[in-house]
Design a protein. Structure first.
Length: 192
């Protein structure tokens, strides 16, 4: 078993769409030998329908039953209380809006007709309609500033005083965190 005092063993990766939450969770998971849990995989049903909130919460509780895990995804109103009550670390990927928009377009183009969660496939063209609530560009533009404001409040909120917070504002800062975690990884006895 591996651990790092820098990030702990129960980590929530949050941020706007295409900020790199899932990639970071997977990389941290590989470094620490911890399962990465993609919250999108737990919520999406076929036809891009969200699972009922009770079903989603049950899936989260099951996925996070162990002592070590890393989540990627926000779902603040539906799952923050479940995840953050047990988390020891929250990593907020606070990328610039131009980078997020660029990544939405690149990722959506690359995911055309690729089967995602719940047998869904992503379409590219709807994301160009920046005024549409179905557009991830719209989502990035409308949630990024709000999430920044929320993050500052969460750091002051006494409910989350047990959590260490990391705010990463660029891909370079993500690499620095991963390098620091890699340098700080220690072997711990099983059951420690």
């Amino acid at each position: 078993m591996k651990s790092s005092t820098l990030v702990g063993r129960r980590i929530a990766c949050i941020g706007s769409t295409t900020s790199g939450k899932t990639t970071l969770a997977e990389r941290l998971g590989a470094l620490l030998e911890i399962a990465a849990v993609d919250l999108d995989a737990l919520i999406w049903e076929p036809g891009w329908r969200e699972a009922h909130v009770d079903v989603f919460r049950d899936r989260i509780q099951h996925a996070l039953a162990g002592d070590a895990w890393i989540t990627s995804g926000n779902y603040i109103s539906d799952a923050q209380d479940l995840i953050w009550a047990r988390a020891d670390t929250v990593v907020f990927l606070d990328m610039s809006i131009p980078l997020l928009v660029w990544r939405v377009l690149i990722r959506s183009w690359g995911r055309r007709n690729v089967v995602l969660w719940g047998t869904n496939t992503e379409k590219f063209w709807p994301h160009l309609k920046v005024w549409s609530r179905d557009s991830l560009v719209y989502f990035a533009l409308t949630t990024t500033r709000r999430r920044r404001h929320q993050f500052e409040g969460w750091q002051r909120d006494t409910r989350w005083s047990h959590i260490r917070f990391h705010r990463l504002r660029s891909p370079r800062e993500v690499v620095r965190l991963l390098d620091a975690v890699a340098r700080s990884v220690i072997e711990t006895p099983s059951g420690a």
